[in-house]
Design a protein around this ligand. Structure first.
Ligand code: AHR
Length: 508
C-alpha cells in the first residue's frame, strides 16, 4: 500500500531567481565532443555553417542553451590559446595527454568557439590555463577576445579576421587545481587565483565574471580557503566581490567506484537506487559548501558555480577508454532532474552549473553516430527541454508531506523529488518519481493564487535503461500527460514509476 504524497506550494511567495545559467553546458576537447560533435569542418557531408554542425546548433538553441564552457576540463590547463588562432593549416599540433593521448590539430580554436557561441546564442565561458600557462598568456587572451582599440592583441585578432571584440562574460581561473590542473594545495591556488584574477582585465565595456577553480565533492577545506582569500566580504553589503567573483564545485554521479563506475545500460534495480541516492548527494554538497560560504560572505556576493556535474559510467564496449563515450538512459534523465531541483532550491547561491558534456561525452544532451553522422537526442536532453520555463523564474518552495523513502547505502532516499518556480502568470512544477517499480499519485496543494489552467508532460519508458538510438529516436521522449485531475486542494497528478513529470500552471 503506497501513501499519497502532498506537495504544498505557496504560489504568492516567490523566492530567489533561478539563474538561467544553471542550465549551462560544457564542451571539452575530449573524444568526440568537439571533433565530430560540434565541429565537422567546412568540407563535411554533414550540414554545417563554417564547419559547425547545423543540427547540433538547432537542437541546443531549442533548449535555450544559456552558456557554454570551453576548452576544458583537464584539457584547459594544457591548452595554449595561441596554438588555436590563425590559418588552420599552419596551427601547431599538440598531444591531448588527458584524453586518449591523441594528437590535437587545433582546428577548433578561439574564433571557432566564439562563432559557435554566436550561432547558439549562448554566452561564452572560457576556462583559462593556470596549471601550465602564465599570467601574461591568460591576460593576453582576454585582451585578444575583448579589446576594441589598436592594442597589440586587438590588432592580432583583426589580422585573423575579426574586427569587433567579442563579449565574454564568464572566465574560469584554472580547473581542478587540486588534481589535473596542477596538483596544488588550496592555499597555493588561492594566492594564484587572486593573482590571475588581477591580470584578467575588464576591457572597454566587457565585465568578466571570474570563477576560481573550486572544490572536489565534499572538500570544504578548499572552499573555505578560497573564501578566506577574499578581502572583507562582510564590509560593504552593496559592494561586489573581488578579485574573483565565484568559486566552483565538481561532483559526478556513478553507481560504483572510480575504477568500476557501473555500466550505462543493463544495470540492476539496486544500481538504479544507488544512483538516485548519489544524485541526491548534490543537495547535501550545496548545503555544506553554501554554509561555509555564508560564514565569510553573509551578503552572498560570491557565486557558487557547479561547472561539472552529471553521470560518469564505464565507457561503451569497443570505444576508446579515453573518449568517455557512454549511453544515456531514462536513469540519466532522472539524475538530471534531481540535480536541477537542487539547483532551484539553492538559487540564492548557485549562479551557474554546467552538465558534462554536451555532445558524445559523459552525460550528453546529444549523441552522434561516428559513421553515419546521425544525431540522437538523449533522455537528459528532454529534461532540459521540459524545464526551460524555470530559466530566470523565481523559485517557489515545495513542501513535501508523506514522501516514502527507501534505505539505500545507509541513507534514506526520498522517492519523490520536486521543485517549482513562478514567472508572471505562469508557474512550472517539476516532479520526479524515483521509485523504479511503483506508480504514485501526488496531490499538488496550491495556495495563494488562483490556478485557471494547466498542461502537463511526462517522460518515462518501460525499461529503466530505455534509451534512444538512430533507429528508434523516440523510445524516451516527452508526451502530453493526461494523468492530472482537479482536486479540492488544487490538482492530483499521476506519477508513473520511474518518470519525470512537469505541470505548467496558468495563474490569476
Ligand atoms: O569531464 C571530464 C573531466 O572530469 C574533466 O576534464 C575534469 O575537469 C574532470 O575530472
Amino acid at each position: 500500500m503506497t501513501t499519497t504524497t502532498t506537495a504544498v506550494i505557496d504560489l504568492d511567495l516567490p523566492g530567489a531567481t533561478i539563474n538561467r545559467h544553471v542550465y549551462g553546458h560544457f564542451a571539452e576537447h575530449l573524444g568526440r565532443c568537439i571533433y565530430g560533435g560540434f565541429w565537422v569542418g567546412e568540407d563535411s557531408p554533414v550540414a554545417n555553417v563554417r564547419g559547425i554542425r547545423s543540427d547540433v546548433v538547432e537542437a541546443l538553441r531549442a533548449i535555450s542553451i544559456p552558456n557554454l564552457r570551453w576548452p576544458g576540463g583537464c584539457f584547459a590547463d594544457d591548452y595554449h590559446w595561441r596554438d588555436g588562432i590563425g590559418p588552420r593549416e599552419s596551427r601547431p599540433r599538440m598531444v591531448n595527454s588527458h584524453w586518449g593521448d591523441v594528437v590535437e590539430d587545433n582546428a577548433f580554436g578561439t574564433h571557432e568557439f566564439m562563432d559557435l557561441c554566436e550561432l547558439l546564442g549562448a554566452d561564452p565561458y572560457v576556462s583559462g590555463n593556470v596549471g601550465s600557462g602564465s599570467v601574461a598568456e591568460m591576460s593576453e587572451w582576454v585582451e585578444y577576445l575583448t579589446r576594441g582599440d589598436d592594442s597589440p592583441m586587438a590588432a592580432l585578432r583583426r589580422a585573423n579576421g575579426r574586427e569587433q571584440p567579442w563579449r565574454v562574460p564568464f572566465w574560469g581561473l584554472g580547473n581542478e587545481a587540486w588534481g589535473c590542473g596542477g596538483n596544488l594545495r588550496a592555499e597555493q591556488f588561492a594566492s594564484l587565483a587572486r593573482q590571475y584574477a588581477t591580470y584578467t582585465r575588464n576591457h572597454g565595456g566587457n565585465q568578466l565574471y571570474r570563477i576560481a577553480a573550486g572544490a572536489n565533492e565534499a572538500d570544504l577545506h578548499w572552499t573555505e580557503t578560497l573564501m578566506r582569500s577574499f578581502d572583507d566580504l562582510a564590509a560593504d553589503p552593496a559592494g561586489s566581490a573581488g578579485p574573483f567573483q565565484a568559486v566552483s564545485l565538481h561532483y559526478y554521479t556513478m553507481a560504483g567506484s572510480w575504477s568500476d563506475k557501473g555500466d550505462a545500460t543493463g544495470f540492476s534495480t539496486d544500481e538504479w537506487y544507488v544512483t538516485m541516492a548519489r544524485a541526491r548527494r548534490m543537495e547535501d554538497l550545496l548545503t555544506r559548501h553554501s554554509t561555509v560560504m555564508d560564514r565569510y560572505d553573509p551578503h552572498r556576493k560570491v557565486g557558487l558555480v557547479v561547472d561539472e556535474w552529471g553521470t560518469w559510467w564505464n565507457v561503451e564496449k569497443g570505444t576508446n577508454p579515453g573518449f568517455l563515450y557512454q549511453q544515456n538512459t531514462l536513469r540519466d534523465a532522472l539524475v538530471a532532474s534531481v540535480h536541477l531541483d537542487a539547483f532551484h532550491r539553492h538559487a540564492e547561491r548557485v549562479v551557474m552549473a554546467n552538465i558534462a558534456q554536451t555532445v558524445n561525452v559523459l552525460q550528453a544532451m546529444i549523441l552522434t553516430d561516428p559513421d553515419t553522422g546521425a544525431l540522437v537526442l538523449t533522455p537528459t536532453y528532454h529534461v532540459f527541454a521540459m524545464n526551460t520555463g524555470h530559466h530566470d523564474a523565481a523559485a517557489l518552495a515545495v513542501h513535501l508531506r508523506d514522501v516514502e523513502t527507501r534505505a539505500v547505502d545507509a541513507t534514506d532516499l526520498p522517492l519523490i523529488s520536486a521543485s517549482a518556480s513562478v514567472k508572471g502568470d505562469t508557474a512550472l512544477v517539476s516532479l520526479s518519481n524515483l521509485d523504479a517499480e511503483t506508480d504514485r499519485t501526488l496531490v499538488l496543494d496550491l495556495r495563494g493564487r488562483d490556478v485557471v489552467g494547466h498542461t502537463a508532460r511526462v517522460l518515462t519508458a518501460t525499461a529503466l535503461d530505455a534509451h534512444n538510438t538512430p533507429e528508434r529516436l523516440d523510445t524516451v521522449a516527452p508526451t502530453d500527460h493526461a494523468g492530472v485531475r482537479p482536486h479540492t486542494r488544487g490538482l492530483e497528478v499521476d506519477l508513473p514509476a520511474h518518470s519525470y513529470v512537469t505541470v505548467a500552471l496558468e495563474l490569476r
